[in-house]
Design a protein around this ligand. Structure first.
Ligand SMILES: Nc1ncnc2c1ncn2[C@@H]1O[C@H](COP(=O)(O)OP(=O)(O)OP(=O)(O)O)[C@@H](O)[C@H]1O
Ligand SMILES: C[C@@](O)(CCOP(=O)(O)OP(=O)(O)O)CC(=O)O
Length: 388
């Protein structure tokens, strides 16, 4: 059996300026531009192998060892676009195998929990698009491919780049100008770090897609957010990143997380993503910054209670010192590359000593690169998952 195959990894990204609201649900066109930081694939990554063969009889996806449906409109849109681009390549060179006509077998593994509010869909669709683009030898650049990943899951478009990434909302109806672009590469600010506090609550209040629809349809505050707040913040945040101005970047990040959760609360019926632990973490970070007399840490929360705390390595002893002080009992510190005893023991007044009980895991990570081609393959010579 002749099997063609290619593999790619892709990262998770966590927005610092949130995407919340669609103007077109089918094409995943947003009501505002957004910005994110790509996280290191050493800690959170998807690895996907895409293969195709004249002998395969249907498109299949195995995710973490289990057969998953590819029937969703979103997955179908991605596959159709990628096949369309391959057809163009084949039309230019008759000698090429007609891979666009073959069925695909895709095998994917996330090295972190799937559907637990850790942006697995973003890394997942970015890896799927990257691996198939490589298999098809597509000439398109990452911004072009980001438009395809966007159709899988909006935030996935930003996982096509490393470093700091903007998703420009665009204004065309067909979405051709709604794409991800690099704001600055990892090398611009490699000391940007992230500590993720995985809050022990694996049930999502409302899935992102329906939550957004509810907000767009019912929140008055939302109109103010998309017309007044975000456009200004988008420019300011890009400027802060380019100037490596952590204090400004952090202030904008925290304000935008709060603004996003405010429009969720202003939806009718309201949507709650933050729980008590999330709120205690917010207070903890504000108190730390107050105590230090400067902003050295920034929190942000997506559509769930997990906290992502950004800080610059220069303040690691303090920021991780604070987190270690309150969350040392939680799993994850064994992966810390340095000695925890070198961290400052930072305490802030009024913190509930039981705060650690609401957190199941700490993930210590940093800013990272975009998708990487790899020779690691998850598919055997029968076109089936190696592990299964
Ligand atoms: N490696 C992957 N390849 C293809 N699809 C994936 C992959 N990983 C996740 N997905 C898709 O994304 C879905 C999970 O998306 P969901 O939005 O529920 O969770 P999440 O992305 O982890 O959380 P959040 O969006 O809140 O950060 C999975 O059910 C699957 O359909
Ligand atoms: C709160 C967010 O994480 C929302 C992400 O939403 P998704 O990208 O998961 O939504 P769909 O486009 O419907 O798949 C903010 C962000 O990542 O910008």
């Amino acid at each position: 059996m002749t099997i063609f195959s290619a593999s790619s990894t892709a990262p998770v990204n966590i927005a610092t300026l949130k995407y919340w609201g669609k103007r077109d649900k089918l094409l995943n066109l947003p009501t505002n531009s957004s910005i994110s930081v790509t996280l290191s694939q050493n800690d959170l990554r998807t690895l996907t192998t895409a293969s195709c063969s004249a002998d395969f009889d249907s498109d299949k996806l195995w995710l973490n060892g289990k057969l998953e449906s590819l029937e969703s409109v979103r997955s179908q849109a991605c596959l159709a676009d990628l096949r369309g681009l391959r057809e163009k390549v084949e039309a230019k060179d008759e000698s090429l195998p007609k891979l666009s006509q073959y069925k695909l077998h895709i095998v994917s593994e996330n090295n972190f929990p799937t559907a637990a509010g850790l942006a697995s869909s973003a890394a997942g669709f970015a890896a799927l698009v990257s691996a198939i683009a490589k298999l098809y030898k597509l000439p398109e650049d990452m911004s072009e491919l980001s438009k395809i990943a966007r159709k899988g899951s909006g935030s996935a478009c930003r996982s096509l780049f490393g470093g700091f990434v903007a998703w420009e909302m665009g204004d065309l109806e067909n979405g051709e100008d709604s794409k991800a672009v690099e704001v600055a590469p990892l090398s611009h600010w490699p000391t940007m770090k992230a500590a993720i506090l995985v809050v022990s609550d694996d049930k999502k209040d409302t899935p992102s897609t329906s939550g957004m629809q509810q907000t767009v349809a019912t929140s008055d505050l939302f109109q103010h957010r998309i017309t007044e707040v975000v456009p200004k913040r988008f420019e300011e945040m890009k400027k802060a990143i380019l100037a490596k101005d952590f204090e400004k970047f952090a202030e904008l990040t925290m304000k935008d997380s709060n603004s996003f959760h405010a429009v969720c609360l202003d939806s009718y019926p309201p949507i709650f993503y933050l729980n008590d632990t999330s709120k205690q973490v917010i207070k903890l970070i504000h108190r730390l910054n107050e105590q230090e007399g400067k902003t050295i840490a920034a929190y942000t929360f997506d559509a769930g209670p997990n906290a992502v705390i950004y800080y610059d390595e220069i303040n690691e002893k303090k920021v991780l010192g604070l987190i270690y002080n309150y969350f040392s009992q939680v799993a994850g510190w064994e992966k810390y590359s340095k000695d925890v005893s070198t961290l400052d023991k930072i305490e802030v007044q009024g913190t509930n000593p039981d705060i650690y009980k609401g957190v199941s895991k700490v993930i210590l990570t940093s800013i990272g690169n975009g998708p990487q081609e790899t020779t690691d393959s998850l598919i055997n010579d029968q076109g089936l998952p190696k592990s299964g």
